[in-house]
Design a protein around this ligand. Structure first.
Ligand code: NAP
Length: 467
C-alpha cells in the first residue's frame, strides 16, 4: 500500500483543541499542494477558537478579527470540526490511534497557577482565569459568583491577564455594554461597587510582564485614574543596567509607567493602583470566612545565579483592604488522559513538537503538540503561528520518512461513525457558523458585536429553533 497523502488515501490527522495553535497547524497542513490531507479537529466546547472566544477581553474586539483567518482554514476541503467532544472520555487516545495517522495536541493551559500562601481558599479569592472565563461566557464558568459589592479589589500579577481583569473592573457599564461580554457578567458589573483596584507586581517596572499597548491603555481609562507611586516607578541600579540594553517592549513599559507616576489623579470614579516590588504573603479572612484584606511584603531586587533579577523580601509589610482577590500569576497546562506529561513544566514533553516518551526519551510515533501545551503559557496569539508551523513541519518530515501511525480504520466515514456513537450531539463547523450568525444577529439588535450563548443547552436550543 502507498504512503498516505494521495487522493484515494488521504493523510488523516486528528487535532485535539480548537484554539489558535490548532488552527495555525491545520492551515499549514491543509495548504500542502503535494499531499492530500484531511483534518478532524476536536474541542470539548461546542464552539471553536479557544481563548480567542473565551480569553481575549471583550473590550479588545479587534484582536478577535483573527478568527476570520481561522474561518478560512475551516472552509478548506478536508476540514471537519467536532465540538462538544471531550478527549479522554468521549474519545480516547486509543480511539484516535485507531482512526488517524497523526495526532496533534493543542489543548492550551486550562488551569491557573496558585501562590501557595495562606488564605488562598477564602471566599472571595479567585483565579483570574475563572473571572476571565466567566465574563467571556465560557459555559463551564457561567454559574460562578464574584462579590462585586467589594469596594476594593486586588489583582496579583502584572501580566496581560492581570491587566485585562483590572481594566474590565475599571470600565464603565456603558463601555462594557458595547462589547460582547457575557450578559450575566454585564448585569453584575453594572451593579459593581468596585472603586479601588490594586494590581500587584512583585518586581519592578523593568520586569513587568505586560506589553506596552496594554499598559498604555490603563493610563487612558474613561472613568478610572491609573496611579503609580513614584518610589515604585524609580529603578534600582540593577534594573537601570538591564534597561540600558533592553529591547523596545521593556523600554516602552518603563516610559509608560514613569509617565503615569508623574500624574496626579483627576478625580475619576475609580482608581487603579499599579504597584511594584510587593509580594502577597497572606490573604486575610474577615466575617464568614470572606476575604477582607491582603498582606504584602515590600521587595528589593537582587541578581540570581542565572543573572535574572529576582525579588527578595524586606522587613516592610503593608495591609491592603480588599473584598475580592484575583490571582493572575499565569496559566498552567493539565495532563491529557494517557498522553505523556511533564509534571515539572506542565507541558507535554516534546522536541520541536514531537511528543517524547519521558521514560525512553524517544519520540512517540505519530503524536505531536503545539501551542501552550507544547511550550507553556507564553506569547501572544500570533506566537502560536511559528510554534505550530514548527510542529507541522516535523509532522510532514515524518510522513516523508514513513514514521506515522498505522490506523486500522482510517476513513473519514469510520471516524465519524465512532464519534457519533460516543457523542451523537456533537457540534459541527456548520453548527458553529449558524450559532455565529445567530449571536451576531442578537448583537445587532442592541448595537453589540454579538450576544453570546453561554450554555451548551442554549446553543442546542438556538440551533433547533433556527432549523
Ligand atoms: P504572564 O505574562 O506570565 O504574567 C504572570 C505575572 O504573574 C507576572 O507579572 C509574574 O511576575 C507574576 N507572578 C508569577 N508568580 C508570582 C508570585 N508567586 N507572586 C507574585 N506574582 C507572581 O501570564 P499571564 O498574564 O497569565 O499571560 C499569559 C500569556 O498570555 C502571556 O504571554 C500574555 O502576554 C498573553 N496575553 C496577552 C494578551 C494581549 O495580548 N492583550 C492578553 C492576555 C494574555 P514575575 O515576572 O515576577 O514572575
Amino acid at each position: 500500500m502507498s504512503a498516505p497523502g494521495a487522493e484515494n488515501q488521504p493523510l488523516r490527522i486528528a487535532i485535539v483543541g480548537a484554539g489558535p495553535a490548532a488552527f495555525y497547524a491545520a492551515d499549514y497542513l491543509l495548504k500542502q499542494s503535494d499531499l492530500h490531507v484531511e483534518i478532524d479537529m476536536f474541542d470539548r466546547l461546542p464552539t471553536p477558537f479557544g481563548l480567542v472566544r473565551g480569553g481575549v477581553a471583550p473590550d479588545h474586539q479587534s484582536i478577535k478579527n483573527v478568527t476570520r483567518v481561522y474561518h478560512k482554514t475551516a472552509s478548506r476541503p478536508g476540514f471537519r470540526f467536532f465540538g462538544n467532544v471531550r478527549f479522554g472520555s468521549d474519545v480516547t487516545r486509543a480511539d484516535l490511534q485507531r482512526h488517524y495517522h497523526q495526532i496533534f495536541y493543542a489543548t492550551g493551559a486550562q488551569t491557573d497557577r496558585s501562590l501557595g500562601i495562606p488564605g488562598e481558599d477564602l471566599h472571595g479569592s479567585h483565579s483570574a482565569t475563572e473571572f476571565v472565563a466567566w465574563y467571556n461566557g465560557h459555559p463551564d464558568y457561567r454559574h460562578l459568583e464574584f462579590d462585586l459589592s467589594a469596594k476594593s479589589v486586588v489583582v496579583i500579577g502584572v501580566g496581560n491577564v492581570a491587566v485585562d481583569v483590572a481594566r474590565i473592573l475599571c470600565r464603565t457599564p456603558e463601555e462594557l455594554a458595547a462589547t460582547d461580554i457575557a450578559d450575566h457578567a454585564l448585569e453584575r458589573l453594572r451593579e459593581s461597587q468596585v472603586r479601588e483596584v490594586h494590581m500587584l507586581g512583585r518586581r519592578g517596572p523593568v520586569q513587568a510582564a505586560f506589553t506596552p499597548p496594554e499598559a498604555k491603555e490603563l493610563g487612558t481609562l474613561e472613568d478610572a485614574d491609573a496611579i503609580v507611586r513614584p518610589e515604585e516607578a524609580a529603578l534600582d541600579p540593577l534594573s537601570e543596567e538591564v534597561l540600558a540594553s533592553a529591547g523596545r517592549r521593556i523600554r516602552r513599559n518603563v516610559e509608560i509607567v514613569q509617565e503615569i507616576s508623574e500624574r496626579s489623579p483627576s478625580g475619576k470614579a475609580k482608581r487603579l493602583h499599579i504597584r511594584f516590588l510587593v509580594s502577597p504573603t497572606e490573604i486575610i479572612g474577615g466575617e464568614a470566612g470572606r476575604v477582607s484584606a491582603i498582606r504584602v511584603v515590600h521587595n528589593e531586587l537582587h541578581a540570581s545565579e542565572n543573572g535574572r533579577l529576582r525579588p527578595r523580601a524586606t522587613d516592610r509589610f503593608e495591609t491592603i483592604p480588599a473584598g475580592l482577590v484575583f490571582r493572575s500569576v499565569g496559566y498552567q497546562g493539565v495532563p491529557l488522559t494517557d498522553v505523556p506529561f511533564d509534571e515539572q513544566w506542565n507541558v507535554i514533553p516534546n522536541e520541536q513538537g514531537r511528543v517524547v516518551d519521558p521514560a525512553t526519551r524517544k519520540h512517540v510515533t505519530g503524536e505531536y503538540a503545539g501551542g501552550w501545551i507544547k511550550r507553556g503559557p507564553s506569547g501572544v496569539i500570533g506566537t502560536n503561528k511559528a510554534d505550530s508551523v514548527e510542529t507541522a513541519a516535523c509532522m510532514l518530515e515524518d510522513v516523508r520518512n514513513g514514521v506515522l501511525l498505522c490506523p486500522e480504520a482510517p476513513s473519514a466515514e469510520e471516524a465519524e461513525r465512532m464519534i457519533s456513537s460516543r457523542r451523537p450531539d456533537y457540534f459541527s463547523y456548520e453548527d458553529w457558523m449558524r450559532l455565529d450568525e445567530l449571536e451576531t444577529a442578537r448583537g445587532q439588535e442592541t448595537g453589540r458585536p454579538r450576544v453570546k450563548f453561554t450554555s451548551v443547552d442554549a446553543m442546542r436550543k438556538a440551533l433547533e429553533g433556527a432549523a
